[in-house]
Structures are given as C-alpha cells and as structure tokens.
Design a protein around this ligand. Sequence first.
Ligand code: SF4
Length: 369
Amino acid sequence: MAGIYIHIPFCKSKCAYCNFFSVVSEKRRDDFLDALKREAEARKDYLGEEEVKTVYFGGGTPSIMRASEISEILDCLKKNYKIAAASEITLEANPDTVSKESLFAYKSLGINRLSIGIQSFFDDDLQYLSRKHDSKHARQVLEWAQEVGFQEITLDLIYGIPTLTDEKWRKNLEIFFSTGFNHLSAYALTVEEKTALGQRINKGVAAPVCEDATIRQYEILCEATENHGFEHYEISNFARPGHYSKHNTIYWKGEKYLGLGPSAHSFDGVSRQWNVAGVKDYCESYSFEREQLTPDDRYNEYIMTSLRTMWGVDLEYLRLNFGEKYAEKFEKGVENHISSGKMFRKDQNFILNDNGMLFADGIAAELFF
Ligand code: SF4
C-alpha cells in the first residue's frame, strides 16, 4: 500500500509565518495543471504494483482549485495508478477560498476527508499570523462542511501565538470539541528567520514567541484532548481511536509515497527525491533531485519519525531491519530517557510520553547512528 501527495503551489496571499513553498500569482495555473498531469503519467512506475490507499491534496491552498480542476487530476491518477476503492482522499481547505457550493462539489468528486486551516477562532491571532479569513467566516465554513456531509474533518490550530492567552487557547479547543470532529492537528508556532514574521520580530514590530507560554499551551492541549477521548498519536496530531490520518501515517511508518507537483517529496523505502520548487521551472521540466539512503540514514529517519508517534520505536523491527548493532545502540541510548521519565517501554516498543514528546527532536538526535 502506498500514498500519493499532490502539491498545489498557489495561495491567495502569503501568511507571515509560512515556510512552505507557495506563490500568490496564479498566472501559470493552466500550465501547472498540464505539467502535473504529465508528471503523474511519467512517474506511473514509481510505486510499481502497489495499491494506492491515500491521496492527499496539500499546499499551498488546494481549495483555490476549482472542482473541475481537482476532478481532472483525480481522473489522471485513476488512469495511471491503482487507486484502492476505499482510499482516503484528503483536501486541505483554507476558509478564505471556499463556499458551500465548492465544498459540495469537492465531496461529489469523492474527496472524503477535509483538512481545514482554521489556526484560531480569534481575529487578533489571525491578524498576527496575517491569515486572510476571520473567525466568523471560519465558523461558517465548519457549518458548511458538516451540512454538505463530510464525515472526516480535521482542523489545524496553532498555539504559542503571542496574542493567544491560555484562556483563548482553551476556548479554541472548546469550539473544536463542540464540532464533534474526530481529528485535530495542533502546531506550536515556530518562527523561521527568513519569513515575514521572523523579520518583523527581529525589527521589534511584532511580539516574539514566548517558550513558556508555548509549553503551557501544549500541556493544556494534551490534557484537554485526553479528557475528550482523543489519542495523542503523533506529536502534533490527535484523533479519536481509529480516525488517524491514513496518509500522514504512511510518512510516519516509513511506507512508500509519491509526491507530485513543485517541491513535492517522494520516498520508495531506499531513496528520497524532491521536485524542483519554482512553478515556472516545474512547468518547463518537472525535474527532481534524488538521494540514495544509507542504512544509517534509514535508521536515523526511522528513529526520528517513530519517536514522534504513540507507537514509538519497535526494538524487534530495528533488529530485523537494521541488525543487532543498531538495536544495541538504541537500547543503551534510551536508558537515561526512561529513568528521567520521558520515555516508557511497552513490550518491544519504546514510546515518549507527552512530556518526552516536547524533546523528541533532541532525543532522536542523541540516538542517531
Ligand atoms: S495558506 Fe498555508 S501555504 Fe498558503 S501562505 Fe498561508 S500558511 Fe502558507
């Protein structure tokens, strides 16, 4: 089983904190659509005979695309890949680009999971992030998504925004729980220096992120989601049992996926490749760079991604796939994290608890080969 990721590179405007590849100009929209279909056809052997169980439209802003355009892409995928009958097909939607009609049209095409970029239900937080929607419209979009009948809806929320008090964060979570949705992605605001927000903070015209507030809000998040029966199944992802993102789980479990579109990444178990990022360059030739992974690279990636999930690192998997020397290094390396209370062992699996997940990247780096 494998997944396909489609990168839609267009956005209505650039959010101040955004570090993803996207452009505001849509002048190459038709060329992009043609190039994407050509790439899908040219790469049809990448996944071999694997059945595709997930398709994910990410970006950028996939909901900027008309339903007729998404339909063309899906038709092209169906022609060239073995898409499973019960596949999960997710589309990321930003409130500023959807209407009830467009949501209905996406659903009619077979999109069965909607990921809505809400970020906050408070206008001052949205303004800090320079998001283009407001809270009132965000709530309207949630109603529409339910009215048109999406069964699987996930929201993105951001905590650690300097304008977001603990009280407002609790309120954001309360609004999320009141929707009855089964999945939440909640991210700590991280500020990259080269983004507009990074520069504003450096110049002193925007408030900086407070690490203590971020940690407090992470703790509020872990407690509230647990109280509502959600599993903290990945560092930034929470779901009611069985409602995990199947597509993202492919990344976290090291399964194969093909990425189509500018800047999209692909992984086939032994190598990674990443497409050229510029829309013009992509439209002219969807070229990519490729890196063959060494056993050390693959071990390090497995440690990095597994430690971020509630399934943790499987010692038996390490032995079988990498050998005794890697398993021994890992077992020795985790001793102090178990004794310091950040990690626990469940049968053959070594798992970070909520507190340990705060240090997941540092712990993983210590365990690298
Ligand atoms: S909508 Fe998403 S991808 Fe587009 S600029 Fe904002 S954060 Fe970046």
